[in-house]
Ligand binder design. Structure first.
Ligand code: SF4
Ligand code: SF4
Length: 364
């Protein structure tokens, strides 16, 4: 085996030597967290299903010092991970930028945001080119496109790779093509999120008209490059097309899945479920609470317990598409804790079938 660790400068090797006690042995080799840190938002988009759920969770914001301890424990067990914030609007969480700056010391981070935050406060605290990406979403009921896009462009050009997403809400489809062209002219990704929810008594995405489906599918498949076309198409197919063609093909009950091992969802009260199905883990399986020092991810794939349609177009069913899980679950590289090192460490602690072998801390 090509031991890449021997190619790393000594100073870096000393950092690398902190091996995870529970190494991740499968693509994408680093745990991906989706952290709904709060369902509160400073906007109230008419199509938002999320902010209605805020009252389901009882929680108090946690101080940065406590989050530092919690994430130090995660690093010790699982090494560098990728943390994708969503919500709600995560940037209104108290001390949010300090929290992100702390997490970036050892992890990569992505923030899904409506871009309403103060740019100077952000730039004062968060360093560029340290593994933070921005998933901006443009919500036409609460902002004008040029203002939002100028801010996103600035960040994109100054060390914070950014994309823009747009909800395919029926009332907002008239300018979707125009927005896509403007964003793609800057060589940035324009992501389309099919609307899921109730409008005028109709349940979407099933209620899209044939013309709306043609528009959304055409835009999804005609994206700036092949990778984005693939991602937008998968999302469209999963949310809209498969519902039309074969809804039962999305039911995965009993299939072995690596969600919960390579991925987990953190809810506003800190509870962690293996995937996005259900909430409070009733359907998806509660793994514990992120604030609990004894918290552990699954160490093996487990059968899917969810009785209804799987919500994830990137779900990690064992034996299906494993060869593309790395690009499918793409994230920025951390400047120190690179994925190639994680892959190398993982291989060193697994036999040919992927089963764990005895771990000796610091054994290089
Ligand atoms: S910005 Fe996002 S979270 Fe906030 S109300 Fe709109 S859709 Fe909901
Ligand atoms: S619902 Fe989907 S992502 Fe969740 S455990 Fe089942 S197959 Fe995996």
């Amino acid at each position: 085996m090509n031991n890449i660790l021997h190619q790393i400068p000594q100073e870096l090797r000393e950092k690398m030597i902190v091996m995870p006690s529970h190494p991740r042995r499968f693509p994408p080799y680093r745990v991906h967290w989706n952290w709904d840190i709060s369902f509160k938002c400073n906007y109230a988009c008419s199509y938002c299903e999320v902010i209605k759920r805020d009252e389901e969770f009882s929680y108090q914001p946690i101080e940065i010092a406590q989050w530092r301890d919690i994430w130090a424990g995660i690093f010790e067990r699982y090494w560098s991970t990728h943390i994708r914030f969503s919500g709600g609007e995560p940037t209104i969480y108290p001390g949010f930028f300090d929290l992100v700056a702390m997490l970036l010391e050892k992890n990569t981070v992505d923030i899904t945001t409506n871009m309403s935050f103060d740019l100077k406060s952000f730039l004062d605290v968060i360093p560029p080119n340290r593994g933070l990406s921005i998933s901006a979403s443009f919500h036409p009921e609460f902002g004008d496109f040029t203002t939002v896009f100028d801010k996103v462009k600035y960040l994109h050009r100054h060390g914070f790779p950014a994309t823009i997403s747009y909800v395919g809400y029926p009332a907002h489809l008239d300018r979707i093509y125009e927005y896509k062209k403007i964003v793609e002219a800057e060589h940035m990704y324009f992501k389309i999120i099919p609307f899921s929810g109730l409008l005028n008594g109709h349940r979407y995405p099933d209620a899209y008209s044939p013309a709306e489906k043609i528009l959304l599918e055409g835009i999804a498949r005609d994206s700036i490059d092949q990778h984005l076309s693939d991602m937008n198409s998968r999302w469209y197919d999963w949310r809209v097309k498969k519902n039309d063609d074969n809804p039962s093909s999305k039911i995965k009950t009993g299939n072995l899945c690596r969600m919960g091992e390579m991925y987990a969802k953190i809810h506003p009260d800190g509870s962690v479920t293996r995937c996005c199905a259900g909430h409070h883990g009733i359907d998806a399986g509660v793994l514990g609470n992120i604030t609990d020092p004894a918290f552990r991810l699954l160490d093996e794939a487990q059968p899917c317990q969810v009785a209804y349609q799987c919500p994830c177009f990137k779900c990690m069913t064992v034996g299906q598409e494993e060869e593309i899980w790395v690009p499918l679950w793409e994230s920025l590289e951390h400047p120190v804790y690179k994925t190639e090192f994680a892959r190398e460490c993982a291989c060193r602690y697994a036999d040919a079938s992927g089963k764990p072998v005895a771990v000796t801390q610091g054994n290089d």
